[in-house]
Design a protein around this ligand. Structure first.
Ligand code: SF4
Length: 248
């Protein structure tokens, strides 16, 4: 039960079905990072809904434990998620925290040597072709995500929205080359990972901004979260308006 709670009611259509949701929210103004648990739940619900749909079509998810090819991709997250990852690392026991930071440092050393830091910092200003080129260069380096341990996500319950929403029905072997046409991604009823960035848009003068996961905690450490508190229901309204135009 939330203190000073309110309920956000929303209705929208996905896969030709009318969905109604009642989302309990804080009535007090909050920072966008505090909205993340709700976005994670929404993302999980949309994924579950999408999986049911593909199962009805006779398909099933082929992602399985131990296959972490997608954890070597260039993952784009929202700015508030970058602060969440930073806070997660900083609250880990010292040994584990040092190990994670070391993995980030090792990855950044490789990226620096190859001159890829600047393009990674510029992903929001690049064309989709340039972004795709960067995706391919990055994936070819096979740099594991610093949170990947024994081919499993070590922050599973806090993993970014983009990680929650990357699921395939094609053979897991095909993921060794995620840029080929043989990859069949699960069509999501609602891509919260995409529309969640809209929430922070007003903080950047109407500019939607994503952060590469591999730089996220370091950028968060360099620029502490100074986002203003805002009314949660207003933030969700912005996001759902965008979702209505993108949901399938
Ligand atoms: S956060 Fe977890 S799921 Fe996402 S890329 Fe890293 S290891 Fe994989």
């Amino acid at each position: 039960m939330l203190m000073d709670a309110t309920t956000f009611s929303v209705e929208f259509k996905v896969f030709d079905e009318q969905i109604k949701a009642e989302i309990p929210l804080s009535a007090e103004p909050i920072r966008s990072i505090e909205l993340l648990p709700i976005l994670q739940q929404l993302s999980d619900s949309f994924v579950e809904f999408s999986i049911k749909k593909i199962n009805q079509d006779g398909k099933s998810i082929t992602c399985k434990s131990g296959c972490a090819a997608c954890c070597r991709q260039l993952v784009r997250i929202t700015e508030s998620e970058s602060y969440l990852l930073y806070e997660l690392i900083e609250t880990m026991p010292k040994k584990r925290r040092n190990a994670i930071w070391q993995r980030f440092d090792d990855a950044i050393e490789i990226l620096e040597e190859l001159g890829l830091i600047e393009p990674l910092e510029d992903i929001n200003d690049m064309s989709s072709e340039e972004n795709q080129d960067l995706d391919e260069k990055y994936f070819n380096l096979k740099i594991p995500c610093p949170f990947l341990e024994k081919e499993t996500c070590s922050i599973y319950h806090n993993r970014p929205l983009a990680c929650r929403e990357y699921l395939v029905t094609s053979s897991a072997d095909n993921c060794s080359n995620p840029f080929q046409e043989t990859i069949e991604r699960v069509p999501l009823a609602g891509g919260i990972s995409v529309v969640a960035a809209q929430i922070d848009e007003p903080l950047h003068s109407g500019y939607v901004r994503y952060v590469p996961l591999i730089l996220a905690p370091i950028l968060a450490e360099e620029s502490p979260d100074e986002s203003q508190v805002r009314i949660a229901s207003e933030m969700l309204t912005v996001m759902f308006e965008r979702l209505r135009t993108t949901a399938i």
